[in-house]
Design a protein around this ligand. Structure first.
Ligand code: SF4
Ligand code: SF4
Ligand code: FES
Length: 239
């Protein structure tokens, strides 16, 4: 199979961004975008469609098994994990367009700086002492669900309300927060509940675009509704 790989906004800190087109031939029907990039980069000389020798394509990856979230990028307009994007599934008439995630600053090519997600977790104040946590039958499934968040950022890419640096933290922030909110005792969770209202409840429009895109398959709607219920119940209790 022959694919035309179009990489949008290739860039480095030193240069203007540009579009690169590369022809990629493969017989492997189970090949992923991450594998393809690795194969392209391992060639002695990488040629673009104009026959010009080009630099290897910078992209992030680690586990190659949908476990770390590092390889998230936009593939034919959809944020996805490159190690889980099979060429024959994502191609449109042999064309595959790759772009860096747009809600974060680009470091180089397909690599973005996602440190804002960690800053957001700190802003939401998601931490708790071990003794503040109770796992019971009602909340253990939410805890398990939320713990699979990869911090990949795909949900932020499709969220109409997330702007990097604003108060609202999007699903990447409220999924980990929801895990704690639903498990902490009523007395212990007040600080987190207040911060949840400021950083999540006030701005989330509940459109659930994030729910449909999450590559970890988290039931974000469920985590959101359980967390909202807890945060609002805390407010009513304190009236
Ligand atoms: S909620 Fe899903 S899409 Fe968002 S960061 Fe976590 S794993 Fe990625
Ligand atoms: S429900 Fe809508 S507004 Fe809320 S985090 Fe998801 S995409 Fe964003
Ligand atoms: S490389 Fe870890 S999720 Fe893709």
């Amino acid at each position: 199979m022959r694919y035309n790989i179009e990489i949008l906004r290739r860039q480095s800190p030193e240069a203007e961004n540009y579009t690169e087109n590369i022809i990629y031939d493969t017989d492997d029907v189970g090949e992923t975008v991450a594998n393809m990039l690795r194969t392209i980069n391992s060639a002695e000389k990488i040629l673009n469609n104009d026959g010009k020798v080009i630099e290897p394509i910078s992209y992030e990856h680690s586990c190659m098994q949908k476990k770390c979230g590092a390889c998230a990028m936009v593939i034919n307009k959809r944020p996805m994990l490159a190690c889980d994007a099979f060429l024959n599934n994502v191609q449109i008439n042999g064309h595959i367009r790759l772009e860096p995630l747009k809600k974060f600053p680009v470091v180089r090519d397909l690599i973005v700086d996602r440190s804002i997600m960690m800053e957001n977790l700190k802003a939401v104040r998601i931490w708790a002492k071990q003794e503040n946590i109770t796992l019971d039958e009602e909340t253990v499934h939410i805890s398990y669900e939320a713990a699979t968040c990869l911090q990949c950022g795909c949900c932020l890419e499709v969220c109409p309300n997330f702007v990097s640096g604003d108060d609202f933290v999007g699903a990447a922030g409220f999924v980990p927060a929801g895990r704690l909110l639903t498990q902490m005792t009523v007395d212990d969770r007040q600080e987190l509940a207040d911060s949840y209202k400021k950083h999540v409840y006030k701005t989330c429009a509940k459109s659930l675009a994030c729910n449909d895109i999450c590559p970890a398959g988290i039931d974000i709607e469920h985590v959101l509704s359980a967390s909202n219920a807890v945060a609002i119940w805390n407010r009513l209790r304190n009236r």
